[in-house]
Design a protein around this ligand. Structure first.
Ligand code: ADP
Length: 173
């Protein structure tokens, strides 16, 4: 089941929420800042461990931590591409985010997951293009693999993303 909601991802009761992180995993602005603020220091501690083990998180990759004080068991951190005109493999990188975060969720027994609009804030990815990629990768993954994920929430914060997702999901379903 795919659901669309508008709101703050840090309030949701799901197995995992996704963070649009940066390669340092040390927190930042936007949804990243909101997740660390609401989730508390346990998330940052896990991020530091991952930094020490593997030096952070590459663009298009995903790593998993505790959900800390949040209502979710896990936070899955992925690093979206910075939009740079579209000629720097931004699309492949953004697709990799969705592929890898879903694989990592499944590997950890996650059945319900909430995903924000990766790269569409500070990283400036055009919202319409990012929306199509997100919906395409999630639907392909849920249809194509023996996934145990049975609930995906697309969580839009701003009106433009919400409208884009509404149109795209209505077009498909
Ligand atoms: P990026 O650096 O990947 O662009 P941002 O956090 O700047 O990450 O933005 C990603 C998306 O997350 C944006 O569409 C922004 O509106 C949205 N966002 C910001 N805060 C929240 C929140 N608390 N819950 C859900 N989405 C949020």
């Amino acid at each position: 089941m795919i659901q669309l909601i508008q709101g703050d991802i840090t309030t949701l009761e799901v197995d995992a929420i996704v963070n649009a992180a940066n390669t340092s995993l040390l927190g930042g602005g936007g949804v990243d800042g909101a997740i660390h603020k609401a989730g508390g220091k346990a998330i940052l501690e896990d991020c530091m461990k991952i930094r020490n083990q593997r030096g952070g998180c590459g663009v298009g990759e995903a790593v998993i931590t505790t959900g800390g004080n949040l209502k979710c068991r896990y936070v899955i951190h992925t690093v979206g591409p910075v939009w740079n005109g579209g000629t720097h493999n931004e699309e492949d990188k953004l697709r990799n985010c969705y592929k890898n975060l879903l694989i990592l969720a499944d590997a950890n027994g996650v059945t319900s997951i909430a995903i924000p609009n990766i790269s569409t804030g500070i990283y400036n990815y055009p919202k319409d293009l990012a929306c199509r990629i997100a919906v395409d990768e999630v639907t392909k993954y849920l249809l194509g693999k023996k996934s145990k994920i049975n609930k995906v929430l697309f969580v839009c914060f701003d009106e433009v993303n919400y409208e884009n997702y509404m149109i795209e999901l209505r077009r498909l379903f």
